[in-house]
Design a protein around this ligand. Structure first.
Ligand SMILES: [Zn+2]
Length: 417
């Protein structure tokens, strides 16, 4: 009797401990990895489609991550070679969702609800034959349509067929940095791509922190985030580093199914933030206007691209000079964001020259990556009344009163604040 009681007490204490640990685990920030637009059979620099697919699967396997691939069937899976790539994801234990046949946009005026629904059904005929098949649908461009009829039509269509909306909460602009990467490599296959890797990691970290903060603001807690990345060269090269960065940040990695079990992913916000995270749609529906950090999560990666272009046009061209003399650093400083140029200068001082090509330039090697990341994250969208605020706007050649209407437009578009 006493033994039983003792055992019961121990069991009880253990249960309390486990419950406590469980509560702790439930509150730890977590993230699930999901990829869109794959598999792709198009040619890119450096790697074949098979190599890209393998590299992404290897990165996930190395970190024991179970992810989801949202298949756009016409990008590859309709052909035997592409079907094999999609099947490799299912065989490796990943989930396979649906991302339409041809990636058309439901928000386009000429795309009817019926046509969009047919695209889902056509792609479903392929994905349903693959291991890992899930009735998960991800809207192309994260847009649920340009009219209430389309939005509600899709919502009831998905419900009738037992499909869930494969929402994204942690939206990244990896596609934009991938465009930059392929452009740089097509111009020069030996270009130093380390700055792009650095910008990508900083971009993901900045978005992760911003969406974690937004989740706390909206839901009063850390929801399991669903990260959006794409099936592309950028991730074939650096997915492993992205995963490692989340691990280093102390985030737990969960499966997409675990994340989608959270009730937040059952919400159907009345007002959409088209092309953006579910969290932004929730914010919009609740009438929350612009909040701190808003500019950097809706900018399509403009900030990182502009920083990279500044580096390219600086006296030390991207990827060509592996050690900058002191005088060039000073010249660069005037042309860069102050936080970034400080990081570059500090990195420059502390590093010895390295061998050229495929080596990080001194400013971007791993020893200094944290400094660079911090600089990217700390930097803000420019003030509208500063000349930088009108960059990428059609008014860079106008000054004075003539520029005023464009300042308003730039502000509205979130290009400056
Ligand atoms: Zn897509």
């Amino acid at each position: 009797m006493l033994v039983t009681l003792g055992r019961r007490m121990r069991t009880g204490a253990m249960a309390a401990l486990l419950a406590f640990a469980g509560i702790g685990a439930a509150h730890a920030q977590s993230v699930a990895f999901t990829f869109d637009d794959g598999p792709r059979l198009e040619q890119t620099p450096l790697m074949s489609p098979q190599q890209r697919n393998r590299a992404m699967l290897d990165a996930l396997a190395a970190h024991k991550v179970s992810a989801a691939l949202f298949v756009t069937c016409d990008f590859g899976a309709t052909k035997p070679a592409g079907y094999a790539l999609a099947k490799a994801w299912g065989d490796a234990g990943h989930a396979l969702g649906n991302h339409t046949m041809t990636h058309l946009d439901l928000a386009a005026a000429d795309v009817t609800l019926a046509r969009y629904q047919q695209e889902l059904l056509d792609c479903d005929r392929i994905t349903s034959t693959l291991p890992g098949y899930q009735k998960w649908f991800r809207f192309t461009y994260l847009r649920e349509g340009n009219t209430p009829e389309k939005r509600d039509g899709m919502r009831s269509f998905l419900k009738e067929r037992g499909y869930r909306n494969g929402y994204v909460s942690l939206d990244t602009s990896d596609w934009r940095l991938d465009e930059k990467l392929t452009q740089v490599l097509r111009a020069d296959p030996k270009a130093d791509i380390a700055p792009i890797k650095q910008a990508y990691l900083a971009h993901v970290k900045q978005r992760a922190i911003a969406y974690r903060d937004l989740s706390r603001k909206l839901e009063g807690r850390d929801i399991p985030q669903v990260l959006l990345q794409h099936h592309n060269l950028l991730n074939a090269l650096w997915l492993k580093d992205v995963i490692q960065q989340f691990v280093d940040m102390g985030w737990t990695i969960v499966t997409p199914a675990q994340a989608y079990a959270d009730p937040v992913y059952q919400l159907q916000p009345e007002r959409q933030a088209p092309g953006q995270s579910l969290l932004l749609s929730i914010a919009r529906t609740r009438g929350m206007g612009k909040f701190e950090g808003w500019e950097r999560i809706v900018d399509d990666g403009d900030f990182e691209i502009e920083q990279l272009e500044k580096l390219e046009s600086a006296p030390a061209p991207l990827g060509r000079i592996d050690h900058l003399p002191e005088v060039d650093v000073k010249a660069m400083q005037g042309r860069l964001d102050p936080a970034l140029s400080k990081a570059v200068a500090e990195a420059q001082k502390s590093e010895a020259p390295t061998t050229p090509y495929y080596q990080s330039s001194p400013a971007f090697n791993s020893a200094n990556s944290d400094t660079m990341t911090a600089a990217f994250i700390a930097a803000k969208v420019p003030d509208c009344l500063h000349s930088e605020g009108l960059k990428r706007q059609p008014t860079f050649f106008l000054t004075g009163y003539l520029a005023l209407p464009f300042i308003a437009i730039a502000k509205l578009r979130g290009k400056c604040i």
